[in-house]
Design a protein around this ligand. Structure first.
Ligand code: HEM
Length: 432
C-alpha cells in the first residue's frame, strides 16, 4: 500500500534524504488532497501549502501568533529535556539558567504586535536602503577577493569557498565586528541552527548550542556598551541606540535581535547563493543568456528565491478557536506555514515547477509576508545579485563530475551543503 501523506510527512521530519532533496511532490499532494489545509498528526500541526491560505494566516497575527518559543524551533525537539540534564553539570548551570530566562523573551520572529511593531520601528532603520546602496561596492570587493582565492584553480566548492563566506563576512562588516572573529561567528551561527528543523539534536549538540548563546551574549553585551559610549556607523550601534518614542530597546531585545541577524542572515543567504551557483552550473543556456544580458539578473535572483525558498516553513500558533477554510481549528493548535510550498502553488503562477525568469510577475513568499516580512531581504537580494554576477564571470561554469548532492539536516532550512564546480581558470593570487 502506498504511504499515507502523514507517513511521508513523518519521513520529512525524520529528514529522509530523498525528501530533503525534493519535497515538491509531497507538497503538491498535500495541497491537492486537502483543500485548503491538512492536519498532520506526525507534525502536530496544520501543514499550509496553499499560497492564499498562507497569506491569510501571516497577515492575521491576532489569530495566528508568533509568540511561541516554537515559532522557529521544532516543538517536539528535546532541547528542554537535555537542558534539564545539562543544568546539573557544574560548569553549565549558569549558562542553562541564562538560556532559560532568555527563552522567555519575545523578539522579532517570536513577537506579536504591539511589541513587534515597536521593535520593527526601532530596527528597520538598520537595514535602510541608503545603507545598503552604500554597501554595494563593499559586497563586490569581498566577492572579488573570494573569487581570487580559487579563480586560477579552475575548480571550487562554491558552497564552502563562496556561499558560506560572502554572507558571513558581510554581516560581520555590517555589525562592525573584527573579521578576525569570523571563525567564532560561524561556530555560533551553526550552533544556533542546531534546534531548527531537527527533531532530535544530541545532548552534546544542545550543550554546544546553550554555551554558544552565553558566549554570544557576553561578547555582544560588551560591544553594545562600547557603542553606547561611542556610537559608530554600524549595525551594533544602531541596535545599541535604537529607541521608539524616546523608549530604548531592552537588553534582551538587543541581544536577541543581533542573534537573529547572525543566524537568519547567514544560513539562508548561503542557501540562496548555492542555489544560484547550482542553477548556473547546470543550465548553460540560461547561464549564457544571463552573462550576455546582466539586466536579467534581478529577475533570475527572484526566480531562484521562488523556486527553492531557503526557509521551507515556520510555525504559528492559534490564539483562539478559528477556521482554516471549512476546517475547525482549536486555540493552541499549530500551523506550519510552508513558504517553499506556497511558492509552488499553481494559484501563484502557471507551471510553478519550471524555472522561468520571464514570468510576468513573481509575488513569491520566500521572505514571508506581512508583519514578519524579512528585515534583511535587501541585503540578501544585494548579495544574490553580486553573487550571480561573480559566478557568471567564471568562464564555462559547470557542475563537476564528482559533485554529490547533500542537503542540510533540517526540514525547516533546506539547502545544499556542497557545490563542486569547474570553469576555465583565470587570474589568481600568489600562494593559492
Ligand atoms: C535569502 C536569504 C533570506 C531568506 C530566504 C529569509 C527568509 C525569511 C523569512 C521567510 C522570514 C519570515 C519569518 C516569518 O514570517 O515568521 C524572515 C524573517 C526575518 N529575517 Fe530573513 N531571510 C533571508 C535573509 C536575511 C538576512 C540577510 C537577515 C539579516 C541580516 C535576515 C533577518 C531576518 C529577521 C531578523 C527576521 C524576523 C523579522 C520579524 O519577525 O520581524 N534575513 N526571513
Amino acid at each position: 500500500m502506498a504511504d499515507s501523506l502523514d507517513d511521508r510527512i513523518q519521513r520529512l521530519l525524520d529528514r529522509d534524504e530523498d525528501l530533503l532533496a525534493s519535497p515538491w511532490q509531497l507538497f503538491d499532494d498535500v495541497r491537492e488532497a486537502s483543500e485548503p489545509a491538512f492536519y498532520s498528526g506526525a507534525m502536530g500541526a496544520w501543514v499550509i501549502t496553499s499560497y492564499q491560505l498562507l497569506h491569510d494566516i501571516v497577515v492575521d497575527p491576532e489569530t495566528w501568533s508568533n509568540r511561541s518559543p516554537t515559532a522557529t524551533y521544532d516543538f517536539r525537539n528535546p532541547v528542554a529535556d537535555h537542558a534539564a540534564a545539562i543544568a546539573r553539570e557544574p560548569d553549565m548551570a549558569e549558562a542553562v539558567s541564562r538560556f532559560r530566562s532568555r527563552n522567555r523573551g519575545r523578539v522579532l520572529n517570536t513577537a506579536d504586535p504591539p511589541e513587534h511593531v515597536r521593535q520593527r520601528r526601532a530596527l528597520n532603520r538598520a537595514f535602510r536602503p541608503a545603507r545598503l546602496r552604500a554597501l554595494e561596492p563593499e559586497v563586490i570587493s569581498v566577492s572579488d577577493q573570494l573569487v581570487a582565492g580559487f579563480a586560477h584553480r579552475g575548480r571550487a566548492d562554491l558552497f564552502r569557498e563562496y556561499a558560506v563566506l560572502l554572507p558571513m563576512v558581510m554581516i560581520s562588516r555590517m555589525l562592525g565586528v573584527p573579521e578576525l572573529e569570523l571563525g567564532k561567528f560561524k561556530g555560533w551561527s551553526d550552533d544556533f541552527a542546531i534546534p531548527i528543523g531537527r527533531a532530535n539534536p544530541s545532548r552534546d549538540e544542545v550543550r554546544s548550542y546553550i554555551r554558544s548563546e552565553s558566549e554570544f551574549e557576553d561578547y555582544f553585551s560588551a560591544m553594545i556598551e562600547q557603542r553606547q559610549a561611542e556610537p559608530r556607523s554600524d549595525l551594533i550601534s544602531d541596535v545599541a541606540n535604537a529607541e521608539v518614542d524616546g523608549e530604548p530597546l531592552t537588553h534582551e531585545e538587543r541581544i536577541t535581535a543581533l542573534r537573529q541577524f547572525l543566524l537568519a542572515g547567514n544560513e539562508t543567504t548561503t542557501t540562496l547563493l548555492a542555489n544560484i551557483g547550482h542553477r548556473l552550473a547546470t543550465d548553460h543556456e540560461l547561464r549564457d543568456r544571463l552573462a550576455e544580458d546582466r539586466d536579467l539578473v534581478p529577475a533570475f535572483v527572484e526566480e531562484a528565491l521562488r523556486h527553492e525558498a531557503p526557509v521551507t516553513g515556520l510555525f504559528r500558533v492559534a490564539t483562539r478557536d478559528t477556521q482554516l477554510g471549512d476546517k475547525p481549528v482549536a486555540k493552541g493548535e499549530f500551523a506550519w506555514v510552508a513558504f517553499a510550498a506556497a511558492n509552488r502553488d499553481p494559484e501563484l503562477c502557471p507551471m510553478p515547477d519550471r524555472f522561468d525568469i520571464d514570468r510576468d510577475s513573481n509575488d513569491h513568499v520566500a521572505f514571508g509576508y506581512g508583519e514578519h516580512y524579512c528585515i534583511g531581504q535587501g541585503l540578501a537580494r544585494l548579495e544574490g545579485k553580486v553573487g550571480t554576477n561573480a559566478m557568471l564571470d567564471l568562464p564555462n561554469l559547470t557542475l563537476a563530475d564528482d559533485h554529490t548532492y547533500n542537503y542540510m539536516d533540517s526540514y525547516i532550512l533546506r539547502g545544499l551543503t556542497q557545490l563542486l564546480v569547474t570553469f576555465d581558470p583565470f587570474g589568481g593570487t600568489l600562494g593559492n
